[in-house]
Design a protein around this ligand. Structure first.
Ligand SMILES: Cc1cc2nc3c(=O)[nH]c(=O)nc-3n(C[C@H](O)[C@H](O)[C@H](O)COP(=O)(O)OP(=O)(O)OC[C@H]3O[C@@H](n4cnc5c(N)ncnc54)[C@H](O)[C@@H]3O)c2cc1C
Length: 316
């Protein structure tokens, strides 16, 4: 008989776990209060990059494992995943702690001519990019094709499953603050601007913060349907209303790192709360396996963490 698994949460973490376990002959149900399009995962720029995620050593291992899976997905026409050249600006070479997460032949130092003025140090790398609206749908459909079941309801307490013989996988992101009272979790406010696509614009991320505050970012991610311009990383800010002043600043900062941006035509502005935590929690606690707290890198580490969940189930 197939072992039963109940996954709570249907963002990128829950779906990746759901697919890996269904493919390995488990009987899997996802229980969620929101479908993917209404999750934090839907707001992400969804470029492969280990940003704001700890511990660094494990983040590198999980990011590398995910890279391999995303590379395979990029060869599937309707997955929403493609490979793209990303320029990453750093203040100092030693800040590039994530170098080891990439295959050696997929990263090199950028020359000064390849970088914007005032930003002399950077890398060029070939990385996966997920168009969230396509990719999350693709994952959900794949999960259902593998006979995965989705039930829409809020789980008020894990005690609801005391009489169940299923193993539980907790993929609730920031929801674990309420569900299991995890006080280590905190929101990291992220505002992004979706603008009309422009040709010739580079995919570029500044891996440092701007101005005097330590929570203002700059990244430009060209996608098929729009340009994603970011962003912010404001700790403990719960407000999900887009802020016009922040929008203006985001466009200004993005134009500094990508001067080829012309008159930006804004289509929409979105805010998501990243599930911040001093460390990602992928851990087994009796018959519950936790997988949450992926900060600003939930896509980047998704497959690596899902493989770790499977290992924790099978090694027990
Ligand atoms: C602006 C922004 C840009 C980002 N850019 C990137 C990027 O470029 N690359 C990258 O790798 N990452 C990026 N991220 C981070 C990434 O989006 C998150 O790390 C990731 O989405 C977390 O996914 P998750 O599935 O763990 O959580 P979520 O997407 O939040 O999903 C949690 C799920 O749990 C469900 N849930 C919660 N509580 C309960 C409950 N009690 N009962 C039932 N269901 C429950 C929710 O409904 C939801 O389905 C970005 C985030 C933001 C905000």
């Amino acid at each position: 008989m197939k072992s039963k698994i109940k996954i709570i949460g249907c963002g990128v973490s829950g779906l990746s776990v759901g697919i890996i376990l269904s493919e390995n002959n488990y009987d899997v149900e996802i229980i969620t209060d929101q479908l993917p399009e209404h999750t934090t995962s839907a707001v992400a720029a969804a470029i492969w990059f280990p940003y704001e995620v700890k511990p660094k050593a494990l983040a590198n291992i999980w990011s590398k494992a995910s890279y391999i899976e995303f590379l395979k997905l990029s060869r599937i026409a309707n997955s929403g995943v493609s490979m793209t050249t990303l320029t990453v600006l750093v203040k100092r070479e030693e800040d590039a702690w994530w170098i080891d997460a990439l295959p050696e032949n997929e990263i090199r130092k950028a020359s000064a001519e390849e970088l914007p003025d005032d930003f002399p140090i950077g890398y060029k790398m070939n990385v996966p990019l997920a168009e969230t609206q396509i990719y999350l749908d693709f994952l959900l459909n794949k999960f259902k094709t593998l006979n995965g079941k989705v039930t829409i309801r809020k789980v008020e307490s894990l005690d609801e499953f005391n009489n169940s013989d299923a193993l539980l996988v907790n993929c609730t992101g920031l929801g674990s603050r309420e569900l299991i009272n995890d006080k280590a979790l905190y929101p990291i406010h992220g505002q992004i601007v979706k603008a009309k696509p422009q040709s010739e614009v580079d995919c570029i991320v500044a891996d440092f913060t701007f101005e005097k505050s330590d929570d203002r970012l700059a990244y430009v991610v060209p996608r098929g349907d729009c340009l994603v311009l970011g962003g912010t990383a404001i700790k403990d800010k719960e407000d999900t209303q887009p802020n016009p002043e922040l929008t203006k600043e985001i466009v200004e900062r993005c134009t500094r790192i990508e001067p080829k941006l012309e008159q930006v035509e804004i289509k929409s502005v979105h805010v998501g709360l990243r599930p911040g935590r001093p460390e990602i929690r992928v851990e087994r606690e009796g018959r519950i396996i936790h997988n949450y707290g992926h900060g600003g890198a939930g896509f980047t580490v998704s497959w690596g963490c899902a493989q770790e969940v499977k290992r924790l189930i099978e090694d027990h």
